[in-house]
Design a protein around this ligand. Sequence first.
Ligand code: PAF
Length: 302
Amino acid sequence: MRILVFGAGSLGCAMGGILAQKHEVVLVGRRENMDAIKLNGLRLTGEVEATVNVETRESAEGLEAPDLMILTTKAYHTKSVVDALTHLPWNDTPVLTLQNGLGNLELMRAWKGSRAFGGTTTMGASLLSPGNVRISGFGRTVIGSDMDALGANRLAEAFSACGLIVDVKADVASEIWAKAIVNACINPLTAILRVPNGKLVESETISRLMSELCDECAAVAESAGVVLPDVMMIDWVRAVAEDTAENRSSMLRDVELGRRTEISQMNGMICRIGSHLGVRTPLNRAMAAMVEALEPGVLRKG
Ligand code: PAF
């Protein structure tokens, strides 16, 4: 299978590097990262120790239609990615979004219809330096079969052939929301408090706040008709914070590097959906306002 990974940062490179064992992989990402990979190969460490040779690009322009495009860009880029790619003659190419946050699949579906697959992954990956990615765990990847069960199974087979743990689920919205709730609870608190994930469960006060935040998110999900997985969401959030205790969340890293964050696609989206459905979301609103204030150009100089 010829697979294009669009948005090859830490997760995209890790996925692409693993899939390159059995598939032809093309990475599209930022120049610095792509240049390093072109020069020295993609260096994977941690769960996998390998240097992988993959094709790299800074844009998808002029590329032959791939058999699959995996989207791993930041969620705030989804709309512009769709706008930039719609003119390409890729009508038959399925797209799988493995991004964080809410709203990505809806944008993909507006472009690709039933060829857009929703998904999530708990793979742990960090970009140590350009071209150099550490994989802390393969995690679990879920591919949605709500619109095309055969297609989802075909993708799952292509992933499992490379050793990835993949589940195919009809109710992918439940998985996407559950992951978004985990992010909406851990990410803003770690970014505001400047602590690694594990610290959130060490303090009773913060742990209580996180639990109230989680209840608010779950109330919005429920009101939106989402059936969340059969575990208490807060237990799940706490378990992720404990399992990734040493991690600095992606939002904390964005804030530390003076970059834009995904707050609008996480807590911001939960507020917007809540407001539409008449569910109050004061804690999510507070998280969104504080993290937005930490982004460049608001209270901080860009
Ligand atoms: O965004 C992140 O950093 C991760 O999704 C998570 C699960 C919060 C772990 O750091």
